[in-house]
Unconditional design. Structure first.
Length: 568
C-alpha cells in the first residue's frame, strides 16, 4: 500500500491521513471498516472532508465512522466509544488521524481501561516530565489515563502523550502566523507545526482603506482560514488563553493544553473600542464608521458618497496602532472624492491626532502637508477621541495644551471616521512573555524573546519598535524563520532585523506615497525613486500587485524582496 499502516492487533491498524485515492488500496488490502479520528478542517484545504471520504468508502462497501479527537483533549467518553466500535465493526479496522498518533493513543487508553489497574505510580519529578516530552515523531508506547488535576507535570505529560508536543507552535493565524509557518515548512518540510487561530476567516486588512475609498471590493479581502493554512501545518481552531513558558505549554480557552519545543507569538493587536465611551453602540450607524473593521469599511464609502455638506472628522489614537498612516489615508481618499464631486468646499474636514506630528517619519511630512492644504483640512494635534454620542452626532475630545493641561471639547459631526485605540491581547499582556506595555518582549534585532530563547515573536504583537504593518511582517518572517532554526540547531542567530516597515500613503485616488523606512526613521526604499513623491506606479502596486503578492507569495512562503539589509 502507498500509505503506511501500523498493526496494533489482529483487528486494528492505524495510519496517518488518508485520501480518497487511497481508499481503493485500503479495500484491496482487505479492510472492512475505517474510523476517522481527525476533526474536519484541521489540516486546511489539503485535508479531505470526512463526508467525502465516507461517501467514497461506502461506494467500496467499507464501513466508515467519524470519531474526531481534538488535539490535546483526553476524553474517556471517546475512548469508550472507540472500544465499542472495535467490538461492533467488522474487521480488519483501519483508524487514522494526521499521523496515526491519536488513533494509537486512543487504542492505548481503551486497552488500559480493559486491563487491571496499575499499582500507584511514584511521584513525578521534573526529569520525568522532561522525559515525557522527549519524543518527536512517534507517540509513547503507553498512554496513561489522566484525570482532572492541578498538577502541572500531568498537564505537560497530557500535552505530550496526545501527539500535540509540536516542534513549533504558532499562536496567531494572521499574516505573520501563516507567513512564517509557510516559510519554515519550505525550509524544513518535516517540522511538525501547529497554528492556534480561533477565526475561520482570514483577512487582507491593508485593502480596507481602499474599500472605504470606493477603490476595492470588500469580498476580495477575505478567505476561509482553512484555505490559507499551509498544507503540512496543523490548524487548531481555538483561542489561546495563557502561556506557561517554563513548561513549554500554551493553554487554550476550551481547556486544552498544547506543548511545544519552540514557540512563535504573533496573535496581532486588539482593537480596544471600550476605551471610547459610547462608540460600540453607534458603530455602523449615525454617520460613525471605521476602516479598521471588515464590516464597516463599506459603510465608510457609503457615507463618503452621500455627504454633500457638513463636518467630517477623522481620528487617530495614541500609538501603537496598526498602520499609523491609515487614519489619514481615510481622510485623503474621502477628500479626493469630494474634490472631484465639487462638494469639498461645502465640507469642513478635521483630522484629530492624539500625537504631536502628522507622520512619524519627518521626510514624508512636507509631501503630506501639500495634500492637507489641497483638501483644506484642519489638523488638531494632541487631540484624542474619548466619547461619541451617536444619536446627537457629538464627538468629545481630550486636548492637551503646551503645558500638559487636558481639557474636553465637543465637536458636532456628519461623518466620523474613528481609528480605535489598540492594545496587546490580554492573554499576552498578562503573561510572563510581556514587557511593561503588554507586548511580547523581544530583542528587536533578532526577534528572539529576551528571557526565553526558544520563543520568537513577530507582527503587531511583538515589542520591536517598528511600524506595525503587513510589510513589516513580510520582512520579519525571514528573520524569525532563519533565527528560530539556528536556535533549534544550536547555531549563532544569523539574521538582523533593520526595522523595515512600509506604509503606502494613498493621498488621492490614483496616487500613493510609498513610505518605506526602518529603525530611527531611516529611509529604506525598494525602488531607485524619490520615495517622498506621490506616484501612479505606487498606486498600481497598492491596488494590484501587493494583494496578489500577499495571497500568492507571503502566505505561500515565497520570500520575494524580503531580505533585510542587516543594518541595525
Amino acid at each position: 500500500m502507498s500509505i503506511t499502516t501500523t498493526k496494533l492487533t489482529e483487528k486494528l491498524s492505524v495510519a496517518g491521513q488518508i485520501s480518497v485515492d487511497d481508499l481503493a488500496e485500503i479495500a484491496a488490502a482487505g479492510y472492512q471498516s475505517i474510523i476517522c479520528n481527525r476533526p474536519d478542517h484541521e489540516g486546511g484545504a489539503s485535508q479531505p472532508a470526512s463526508a467525502q471520504l465516507e461517501q467514497a468508502a461506502h461506494a467500496l462497501k467499507i464501513n466508515f465512522v467519524y470519531l474526531p479527537i481534538e488535539i490535546g483533549k483526553v476524553s474517556i467518553e471517546k475512548s469508550e466509544t472507540f472500544n465499542k466500535l472495535l467490538a461492533e465493526l467488522p474487521g480488519p479496522v483501519l483508524a487514522f488521524c494526521n499521523t496515526g498518533n491519536r488513533a494509537k493513543a486512543l487504542y492505548e487508553l481503551t486497552k488500559q481501561q480493559t486491563e487491571k489497574p496499575e499499582p500507584e505510580k511514584p511521584e513525578r519529578t521534573e526529569e520525568s516530565v522532561t522525559a515525557a516530552c522527549s519524543w518527536t515523531e512517534e507517540a509513547p508506547e503507553t498512554i496513561p489515563v489522566l484525570h482532572a488535576t492541578e498538577d502541572k507535570s500531568l498537564a505537560v505529560t497530557a500535552a505530550c502523550n496526545w501527539g500535540n508536543a509540536f516542534d513549533i507552535v504558532v499562536v496567531g493565524g494572521g499574516a505573520a502566523g501563516i507567513g512564517v509557518t509557510a516559510s519554515l515548512l519550505h525550509r524544513r518540510p518535516s517540522l511538525r507545526i501547529a497554528i492556534i487561530e480561533p477565526s475561520d476567516k482570514h483577512y487582507y486588512q491593508p485593502a480596507w482603506t481602499l474599500v472605504g475609498g470606493g477603490a476595492y471590493d470588500i469580498a476580495q479581502t477575505v478567505r476561509n482560514t482553512a484555505d490559507v493554512i499551509p498544507p503540512k501545518a496543523e490548524w487548531i481552531p481555538a483561542a489561546a488563553s495563557d502561556f506557561d513558558p517554563d513548561n513549554n505549554l500554551v493553554h487554550l480557552a476550551d481547556g486544552r493544553t498544547i506543548g511545544y519545543r519552540q514557540l512563535i507569538v504573533c496573535p496581532g493587536i486588539r482593537l480596544a473600542w471600550e476605551k471610547i465611551e459610547g462608540i460600540q453602540q453607534t458603530l455602523g450607524k449615525n454617520g460613525v464608521t471605521s476602516n479598521y473593521q471588515f464590516e464597516l469599511a463599506p459603510y465608510t464609502w457609503t457615507l463618503t458618497k452621500n455627504l454633500k455638506s457638513g463636518k467630517a472628522l477623522f481620528t487617530q489614537p495614541p500609538m501603537p496602532i496598526k498602520c499609523a498612516g491609515a487614519p489619514q489615508k481615510a481622510m485623503y481618499l474621502s477628500c479626493d472624492y469630494w474634490l472631484h464631486q465639487r462638494v469639498l468646499d461645502n465640507i469642513e474636514v478635521e483630522f484629530h491626532n492624539a500625537g504631536a506630528v502628522l507622520f512619524g517619519v519627518a521626510d514624508f511630512v512636507p509631501s503630506l502637508m501639500e495634500y492637507v492644504k489641497r483638501y483644506h483640512a484642519k489638523l488638531a494635534f494632541n487631540s484624542n477621541l474619548v466619547k461619541v454620542d451617536g444619536a446627537n452626532k457629538i464627538a468629545t475630545f481630550e486636548i492637551k495644551d503646551s503645558e500638559g493641561k487636558v481639557s474636553r471639547v465637543e465637536k458636532p459631526f456628519d461623518l466620523l471616521h474613528v481609528t480605535p485605540p489598540q492594545v496587546a491581547p490580554a492573554f499576552l499582556s498578562n503573561s510572563p512573555l510581556a514587557d511593561a506595555s503588554g507586548f511580547c518582549e523581544v530583542n528587536p534585532k533578532t526577534l528572539q524573546h529576551v528571557r526565553y530563547p526558544n520563543i520568537f515573536s513577530l507582527g503587531d504583537a511583538c515589542s520591536s519598535p517598528n511600524a506595525k504593518t503587513a510589510a513589516a511582517a513580510r520582512k520579519q518572517i525571514v528573520i524569525v524563520a532563519e533565527n528560530l532554526l539556528a536556535a533549534k540547531e544550536g547555531r549563532q542567530l544569523p539574521d538582523i532585523y533593520d526595522g523595515y516597515g512600509a506604509c503606502p500613503l494613498t493621498v488621492e485616488n490614483g496616487k500613493v506615497i510609498l513610505a518605506e523606512f526602518g529603525f530611527g526613521g531611516k529611509l529604506l526604499p525598494t525602488f531607485p525613486l524619490d520615495p517622498t513623491v506621490p506616484r501612479r506606479f505606487n498606486w498600481l502596486l497598492k491596488v494590484k500587485v501587493f494583494p496578489w503578492l500577499y495571497w500568492n507569495g507571503m502566505l505561500k512562503g515565497r520570500e520575494w524582496l524580503t531580505r533585510s539589509t542587516g543594518v541595525s
